[in-house]
Write a protein that binds this ligand. Structure first.
Ligand SMILES: Cc1cc2nc3c(=O)[nH]c(=O)nc-3n(C[C@H](O)[C@H](O)[C@H](O)COP(=O)(O)OP(=O)(O)OC[C@H]3O[C@@H](n4cnc5c(N)ncnc54)[C@H](O)[C@@H]3O)c2cc1C
Ligand code: SF4
Length: 326
């Protein structure tokens, strides 16, 4: 680990001022400290935001929820308003990391976490994300866990967060604050595809602080859930995952929100699947037809062709579970 200075800030304004001067926010520290130990990251100053007043979960008009950026993953998962209205969020969190990590890690830190690409974390490997212009060892290397959607010639790393997949499906809104004031960013625009600048991962401007993630209202009655497929049953990142929310009224699907994880360079929204479901009656045949569209545009790499079929099956299974025809 390289030397760094540490500042504890009393309020949001001081935090943003320190961020503006180049300080790096630290919340639960569960991923940033690892990366510093591995010398992948070397911030000059850590700005400790853990005690800022961003720890509330508040209902929004119409039935949405605003989750403070510093609410711990475990507290979000256990909140009765979250698992009552949006079980997909609770389930995604409960299937993430370990109980100890979830007790420490925050929602803001979770959506900001960096890829688990092994070459990114190995400072002896070429990696455009860590060292722009150095190349991408994964393209010709072992890429079983990498993205089949949204990759570029520069980077094919997946985004590792589970709850971000639920947020993508539900079309969450990220609230941020910077020296120019507050603004909101639709979740679809918050995490960036790699393109030719894979080192640029989010739409945050320098010094901006995430203050909350808002889940918009979803029509009731609603059913939702998260399925994660991985090499072992706990403490593992997704090979594929599916976040599904459905509003079924009068036997017809009136609203559908679907996204996939483990397959994209960002959480992968599935509009073709959603569109196929709308206005139709739930049936096993419908789930299978819709799921066929989940891998549209996929470009598998040498070692991850299996993800194309696995993704379709993951989406089909979770549609069947949430849609109630299993
Ligand atoms: C062994 C292990 C297994 C894991 N498994 C999973 C898993 O299965 N699924 C999953 O989703 N995650 C998994 N994780 C990742 C874990 O969820 C993250 O480490 C955690 O959510 C990060 O939150 P934090 O508060 O500790 O972030 P920190 O480490 O404090 O910060 C992470 C990043 O976010 C930035 N940041 C933090 N808060 C803010 C804010 N409010 N505004 C702007 N920037 C901010 C920091 O500057 C830093 O860049 C795993 C982690 C480990 C170590
Ligand atoms: S896939 Fe992305 S993160 Fe992984 S080595 Fe290539 S550039 Fe780096």
């Amino acid at each position: 680990m390289e030397p760094f200075s540490y500042a504890k800030v009393p309020d949001i304004r001081s935090a943003i001022a320190a961020g503006q001067r180049g300080g790096r926010y630290i919340a639960g520290g569960t991923t940033l400290v690892d990366l510093m130990r591995e010398t992948v990251e070397h911030p000059g100053t850590l700005v400790d935001i853990a005690t800022l007043p961003l720890t509330g979960i508040t209902p929004t008009p119409g039935g949405g929820l605003r989750i403070g950026a510093l609410v711990r993953m475990a507290d979000v998962a256990a909140d009765p308003r979250v698992h009552g209205a949006f079980p997909v969020v609770s389930e995604a969190l409960e299937l993430s990391a370990s109980a100890q990590l979830r007790n420490m890690a925050t929602i803001g830190g979770n959506i900001m976490q960096r890829t688990r690409c092994t070459y990114f974390r190995d400072v002896s490997a070429n990696c455009n994300k860590r060292t722009p212009g150095s190349g991408c060892a994964a393209l010709d290397g072992y890429n079983r866990g990498h993205a089949i959607l949204g990759g570029s010639e520069a980077c094919v790393a997946t985004h590792p967060s589970d709850v971000a997949v639920a947020f993508a499906a539900l079309e969450a809104i990220v609230h941020v604050q910077g020296s120019a004031g507050e603004r909101t960013i639709p979740f679809a625009d918050f995490l960036l595809r790699p393109g030719s600048t894979p080192d640029r991962e989010q739409a945050l401007r320098p010094g901006e602080l995430i203050t909350a993630v808002e889940i918009p209202a979803f029509p009731r009655p609603a059913k939702s859930g998260y399925l994660k497929v991985r090499d072992r049953q706990s403490y593992e990142f997704a090979l594929t995952s599916a976040a599904v929310a459905l509003h079924i009224q009068g036997g017809v699907i009136r609203a559908a929100k679907v996204a996939a994880g483990g397959v994209g360079t960002v959480p992968w929204k599935l509009p073709a699947v959603e569109q196929h479901l709308l206005g139709k009656r739930p049936s096993d045949a419908l789930w299978a037809e819709a799921a066929q569209r989940a891998a549209d545009g996929a470009r598998p790499l040498r070692h991850n062709g299996f993800k194309v079929e696995l993704l379709k099956r993951t989406v089909e299974r979770q549609l069947r579970v949430v849609g109630g025809t299993r």
